[in-house]
Design a protein around this ligand. Structure first.
Ligand SMILES: O=C(O)CCC(=O)C(=O)O
Length: 297
């Protein structure tokens, strides 16, 4: 579904727009099932190894992972898009409604930028210090995690909650109307974050978003996510799309053509996506990974 002219105008002017109804339940269900199967498999393994005492087989998607994690934090290992790489996940990255919306912002030749994550944001009381700034991301722009080569490219961030995101369970916040100012310096201290003296003095908007909706953001829009004060897991995806044939800001990671009106045959399939990430991860395990984030200190 293309964004409405009003939504497109909000995106252009504010650098962020919440689209509360983008997906049907049928778009999300296969992905939720694939993730639930993954949690189930991990729970069974840990139970068999004696590392957890209860696999919580009957717990729903929103809470089961947290209950497993609480017993054994290794439950969270390799829980991200590039490690999971399942068919439903790939199918979702190429979802027609999603790409129609993206097309209305970046045009008909669409590249999936390699910066994409699945976040199972735990209840705050369970968040280990090592992943604090991955789950409670401090103020940053997406340009801060990309090389400068992507500055002129309209990379659009799409944040998709798999359970309704609210202030209670740690939804996102963003600073509207400042994207036009471009890239701001980021530092490593406190997790990749805008240098405090350069943080715009703009009142943030809280981006509550129901399941079925999505938040679209300019790569220069400062955003952060707030702690999850609920007892459920706030599952979400954050994806990035851009016009094909332009730098991604991650030249050492693969990018994938997911829609092409001029050459539909050229779009990537699940097997290719899977293989290219496998090859890339194997290569990066052998050699030092170049620095991905753009940090001034
Ligand atoms: O999901 C979150 O909590 C953070 C996501 C984020 O920082 C992003 O989409 O760039």
């Amino acid at each position: 579904m293309a964004l409405t002219p009003e939504q497109q105008a909000t995106f252009r002017e504010e650098g962020v727009v919440v689209v509360p109804r983008l997906f049907e339940e049928a778009d999300l269900a296969p992905l939720e099932e694939e993730l639930s199967d993954w949690v189930d498999g991990r729970a069974r393994e840990l139970l068999a190894d004696g590392r957890i005492s209860d696999a919580f087989e009957d717990a729903p998607f929103e809470t089961r992972y947290g209950k497993i994690f609480e017993q054994c934090p290794q439950a969270g290992l390799a829980l991200d898009i590039v490690f999971l790489r399942g068919p439903a996940l790939f199918e979702f990255l190429c979802n027609e409604r999603l790409l129609d919306a993206v097309e209305s912002l970046v045009g008909p030749e669409i590249l999936l930028n390699p910066i994409h994550h699945l976040r199972a944001k735990l209840p705050q009381r369970l968040v280990p210090a090592e992943v604090e700034t991955y789950l409670n991301v401090p103020w940053h722009q997406d340009s801060g995690v990309m090389w400068e080569e992507a500055d002129p490219v309209p990379v659009v961030g799409v944040w998709i909650p798999l359970v309704s995101a609210t202030p209670e369970n740690g939804c996102m916040q963003a600073m509207p109307g400042v994207a036009r100012g471009g890239h701001l310096p980021h530092q490593a201290e406190g997790g990749t974050t805008i240098v405090p003296e350069r943080l715009p003095q703009v009142a943030p908007v809280t981006l509550s978003c129901p399941r079925g909706g999505a938040v679209f953001q300019d790569k220069f829009t400062p955003h952060r996510s707030t702690p999850n004060r609920s007892e459920s897991v706030r599952w979400s995806l954050d994806l990035r799309y851009q016009p094909a044939g332009r730098p991604t800001g991650r030249p050492f990671h693969p990018a994938f053509l997911v829609r092409s009106r001029s050459d539909p045959e050229a779009v990537c399939d699940h097997a290719t996506w899977n293989l290219r990430w496998q090859e890339t991860l194997a290569r990066l395990a052998r050699e030092p990974e170049p620095r991905a984030h753009r940090l001034v200190r």
